[in-house]
Design a protein around this ligand. Structure first.
Ligand SMILES: O=C(O)CCC(=O)C(=O)O
Ligand SMILES: [Fe+2]
Length: 375
């Protein structure tokens, strides 16, 4: 059954029939919905690709942020080496004792929920198409290229170097501005520890990535209950484009990461962030820290919200492998450099499920990583 409503025109450039499609939230709230509209169905059901819980002897790493600034040198150096191991073995970790107040986390979730509660007409003022649009609302940025729609609503804002935010609902902008400042501090401290864990000086990242004007993106993914969660997708397998992503979520699971070729469930830990390594860190570390593949699956009972904060270099930065990690013998530079702006545009142009292109040099990580979401 196709649910058609006179709200949004998607697929404007594609040859597929033009559909007028409303938000996933409105769709989920429409009465008598027992199956998903056909254009939400993925050809490969996610059920064929079951995820597992992490093994007891190889759990998802937990990093205690407070230990990274410990005055005890042994404690600190152990925390940095745990961080190195987490980035190298998993590309994802849970971050606890991070110092962001619980009340601020809750206020941010509530304010963003408030945005999704606005009318479709109000939200559709921010329908965006281009990856560099400062505010984007929709199901995905590449809706005009991809034929399958995602069962999620997305709000994405550039919050640094310039802060952008929809004016409604009232209070949203203040809450998000404060949250962005707090997360910027946290992300920069983490990045310093990460560069140190690579054997680079803690100031390396600030200089090499021009972090004073770093591009920061704050997004919110709303995944309403889906009547056929095994057929639709929240967010398919992808890697993130920046250096690091720090994700907050409500207590509903759905995130999965690819580890050792398996999909592993990332069960939420109350008040913890999920941090994952992203493409620019893979390039900078010359492949030592891989940009982890991850995806978000759906459920048929409860709305899930996830709020990723992405920190990257400044748009004009040409990201290259750090010289110290390239020796010309065993560790040759395996990434071709491009500035971050061009990287983002290139990544946006990739089409869903294009698949691996083994003959291509690692020109851009996303060529190998089959599918780019750009949040
Ligand atoms: O919803 C999630 O847990 C994942 C979100 C995500 O990967 C993204 O927005 O890039
Ligand atoms: Fe992601």
């Amino acid at each position: 059954m196709d649910t058609i409503s006179p709200v949004t025109q998607l697929h404007p450039e594609a040859s597929a029939p033009r559909l007028q499609i409303t938000s996933a939230k409105t769709l989920a709230e429409s009465s008598n919905l027992t199956s998903i509209p056909s254009h939400y169905a993925f050809t490969t059901p996610t059920s064929g690709d079951q995820a597992v819980h992490a093994d007891h002897d190889d759990p998802i790493p937990v990093i205690d942020f407070s230990l990274l600034s410990s005055s005890n040198p042994d404690q600190r150096s152990k925390a940095v080496s745990d961080l190195a191991k987490a980035c190298q073995d998993w590309g994802v970790f849970m971050l606890i004792n991070h110092g962001v107040p619980q009340s601020q986390m809750k206020a941010t979730v509530d304010a963003l929920m408030g945005f999704f509660d606005l009318t479709d007409q109000e939200k559709n003022k921010f329908l965006g198409k281009h990856v560099l649009d400062p505010i984007i609302y929709g199901t995905r940025i590449k809706a005009s290229i991809d034929k399958v729609l995602l069962w999620r609503d997305l709000l994405r804002m550039m919050v640094h170097p310039k802060f952008h935010c929809p004016p409604k609902p009232e209070g949203l902008s203040e809450v998000l501005a404060e949250y962005s400042v707090e997360l910027r501090k946290l992300a920069r401290e983490l990045l310093k520890a990460i560069t140190e864990s690579l054997g680079l000086g803690s100031g390396y990242i600030d200089e090499a990535m021009n972090m004073d004007s770093s591009l920061q993106i704050l997004a919110a993914n709303l995944y309403p209950p889906c009547p056929q969660p095994e057929l639709a997708m929240g967010l398919p397998s992808h890697s993130d484009f920046g250096l690091l992503t720090i994700l907050m979520q409500n207590d509903i699971g759905g995130l999965q990461v690819n580890h050792g070729g398996k999909w592993v469930k990332v069960d939420p830990i109350p008040n913890a962030f999920v941090v994952n390594t992203a493409d620019q860190l893979e390039i900078m570390s010359n492949g030592k820290y891989k940009s982890v593949l991850h995806r978000a699956v759906l459920n048929n009972k409860t709305t899930r919200i996830s709020i990723p904060f992405s920190i990257g270099p400044s748009l004009n930065t040409v990201v290259v492998p750090a010289e110290q990690l390239v020796d010309g013998k065993h560790n040759q530079a395996t990434y071709i450099s491009r500035n971050y702006r061009d990287y983002l545009k290139f990544k946006q142009s990739r089409v869903l499920n294009k698949g691996l292109c083994p003959n291509q040099v690692k020109d851009m990580i996303c060529v190998a990583y089959c599918y780019a979401v750009l949040c």
